[in-house]
Design a protein around this ligand. Structure first.
Ligand code: SPM
Length: 303
């Protein structure tokens, strides 16, 4: 973490403020800063630096290798959209795999789906889960659900070793540097395809349309190579650079679902109600797939 001390305004001339400055390799010329009240936890695990900071405006914040992973303020906009969009798009998912996602937010959202019988989390760094349980209890809220099993292993190897095992695979990864780089490679997408059952859906953290078009285009090319249905959708997250982040949505097989079919019906038939969500609803679900005009060239990869 780069901690920048700088003098406050006129009325705080004697008080020094503490600011966290994100150090994001894939957006090197843009910096996001948040004012920090105190450090709640800091360590270097076997894989990465892990910090939990109490921010002035966004609650507690999890930071890995100086990059913001999630904050209490806006985490729901990310976790609800990575989880519920594929979960409602599938006709009846019974098994789900989350790769990464050690803070537990994606697992928490999946646990709201009563039809899911098994939810596996494959997170390479056990310490992310342990630290999140201790410091981010509202996010790491569902690890005690009996359907959840945690495996502290390499997610890419896990997908390769579990063919035809899952109805949903959600890749809640950090960015394509460091331990997560392998999750942005073609072999991983091929292995995820093999790890899905027929009709299964792969949704992956897929960066920002304004800033990371090359990465997104590459992921959509993998999708085109392996998957029968392909979409890209967005959500809004103020504490990620550019305030938005997208996901690939790839579905497998001749009966591969699209994300819109029977959506309202499935929602009404589920046990879920409007009060179970803060961001997801059928309207945000559908709107998330609208690509802005400047990105329309990506449509050639979608089907
Ligand atoms: N469960 C939350 C884990 C976070 N997964 C996504 C992290 C992305 C961080 N960088 C965002 C860069 C914006 N393009």
């Amino acid at each position: 973490m780069k901690v920048v001390y700088r003098p406050g305004g006129m009325r705080q001339a004697l008080q020094m403020e503490l600011w966290f400055t994100e150090n994001l390799e894939i957006a090197a010329d843009m910096r996001l800063q948040l004012r920090v009240e105190r450090t709640l936890h800091s360590e270097t695990s076997e894989y990465q630096k892990i910090d939990v900071l109490q921010t002035a405006s966004c609650g507690r914040m999890l930071v890995l290798d100086d990059v913001i992973m999630t904050t209490e303020f806006d985490e729901f906009a990310y976790h609800e959209m990575i989880a519920h969009v594929p979960a409602f798009a599938h006709a009846g998912p019974r098994t789900a795999l989350v790769i990464g996602g050690g803070d537990g937010g994606t697992v928490r959202e999946l646990c709201k789906h009563a039809n899911l019988e098994e939810i596996h989390l494959c997170e390479i760094d056990r310490r992310v889960v342990e630290v999140s349980k201790e410091h981010l209890p509202s996010i790491a809220a569902s690890f005690d659900d009996p359907r959840v099993k945690c495996f502290y292993e390499d997610g890419a190897a896990w997908a390769k070793d579990h063919p035809e095992s899952y109805d949903l695979i959600l890749v809640d990864s950090s960015d394509p540097v460091g331990p997560a780089a392998v999750l942005f490679g073609e072999p991983f997408y091929e292995d995820c395809y093999a790890s899905l059952r027929d009709g299964g859906i792969l949704a992956t953290q897929a960066e920002n349309l304004f800033m990371h078009r090359e990465i997104i285009e590459r992921l959509l090319q993998y999708g085109e190579k392996f998957f029968q249905r392909r979409f890209y959708y967005n959500t809004r997250v103020p504490t990620y650079p550019g305030g938005m982040i997208g996901f690939t949505f790839f579905a497998k097989g001749q009966n591969a679902p699209d994300p819109f079919i029977n959506l309202e019906k499935r929602y009404q038939e589920s046990e879920l109600k409007a009060q179970d969500f803060r961001f997801w609803n059928p309207a945000t679900h559908k709107a998330a797939f609208a690509l802005p005009a400047f990105a329309s060239e990506l449509e050639k990869y979608l089907a």
